[in-house]
Ligand binder design. Structure first.
Ligand SMILES: [Mg+2]
Length: 359
């Protein structure tokens, strides 16, 4: 089999209202697609956070066998010409995912089985608790109660945008709304300095959060290591880490309890698999970041994933319409069942999406 062409599509839609985490405001949602065509009537679809550099890699890939994922990854990862990590790795990720889509379809086997086939369902947590205009403590509690009414036992909330005292009150209110038996994850999105993160960790440990995500900047290994050592709330991090080299350093220098790799940015499925197994050898669990359509498959491939991150319709009004088979969780046990359809699950509803196409 040979690759004959590679193209991209970008869709973008406005949120009904902006939402905010500890550092960033989100006004739109995007769906970035890489399409890899072959001479055998098989087409691969990949997705990621950026596909603007895909043309840089096209001439390295056209004419090559799409099933040789390791060789193609090595060809693309030429740091002298494409730089290290960042946008380059995000683009390689989307391409690599499209290649695995082809591999799974060519084998006519579900992708989670090709990658290891460890389980057939994965518990999820709801990624919510954002800040928004007009959203106070009461509205935050109502949001969390809605998730519980769906049968969910794990919820996440954002911290870091307000004073420590104000965020303390938000965490206290959420714990009081969800009761003692629901896991509560906190996510600061790198908003703190180490001393602030440690102070906040001490303040809210009485509400026994399950993890404290990205307390400090992603490049600050020293700060993360200090947090991991001194905080009684386990450290979760890695959504902004790239490649096996970055994760090796994160694991050996910081030793977080939980890693949040994102195959759509850190280097694709090829790199994700290596990181998952390397983390397992260090007794580190995974809860991959976002992109539930792709990650729910990867979550079921390897042994050490503990939770899928699930974005509900409240985060993205179009997410269920965009896909022909959007990922859902089972309300009886809060788990996502893995897809048994070969491929990475990116069959899109083009008729619906056309009006949102920007590139
Ligand atoms: Mg996060």
């Amino acid at each position: 089999m040979k690759i004959t062409d590679i193209s991209t599509r970008v869709y973008r839609w406005k949120k009904s209202a902006p939402i905010k985490n500890g550092k960033h405001v989100f006004t739109h949602n995007e769906l970035n697609l890489v399409i890899v065509e072959t001479d055998e009537n098989l087409t691969g679809y990949g997705t990621g956070y950026d596909v603007s550099l895909v043309d840089l890699f096209k001439e390295k890939l056209v004419g090559k066998d799409p099933l040789s994922t390791e060789a193609l990854w090595a060809d693309m990862w030429d740091t002298k010409f494409v730089g290290r990590r960042g946008l380059t790795t995000r683009n390689i990720s989307a391409i690599d995912i499209a290649l695995w889509d082809i591999k799974s379809k060519a084998a006519n086997l579900p992708l989670y089985q090709i990658l290891g086939g460890y389980r057939t369902e994965i518990p999820c947590y709801i990624a919510g608790g954002y800040y928004a205009e007009g959203k106070g403590i009461k509205e935050l509690q109502t949001e969390m109660e809605t998730y519980l009414s769906w049968g969910i036992k794990n919820v996440k909330m954002k911290i870091g945008a307000l004073s420590l005292k104000e965020d303390y009150e938000r965490v206290k209110a959420v714990r009081s709304a969800i009761g003692d038996d629901v896991r509560l994850m906190l996510d600061a999105n790198c908003a703190y300095r180490t001393f602030e993160a440690l102070e906040f960790s001490r303040m809210v440990e009485e509400f026994h959060p399950y993890w404290f995500e990205e307390p400090v900047m992603s490049d600050d290994y020293e700060g993360m290591a200090e947090f991991a050592l001194k905080s009684r709330i386990p450290l979760s991090t890695g959504e902004n880490e790239y490649t096996i080299y970055g994760f090796r350093d994160l694991i050996t220098k910081v030793h977080p309890a939980i890693l949040n790799p994102d195959a759509c940015s850190m280097g694709g499925i090829s790199e994700y698999l290596k990181v998952a197994h390397y983390a397992n050898a260090h007794n580190i669990t995974l809860s991959p970041h976002g992109q539930q359509q792709v990650h729910s498959i990867l979550d079921c491939a390897v042994p050490n994933v503990i939770f899928a991150e699930f974005y509900p319709k409240q985060y993205d009004e179009n997410i269920y319409e965009a896909y022909q088979n959007p990922v859902h969780f089972n309300k009886s046990n809060g788990c996502i069942e893995v897809s048994n359809v070969p491929g990475v699950g990116l069959d899109l509803n083009y008729e619906f999406l056309d009006k949102y196409r920007v590139k």
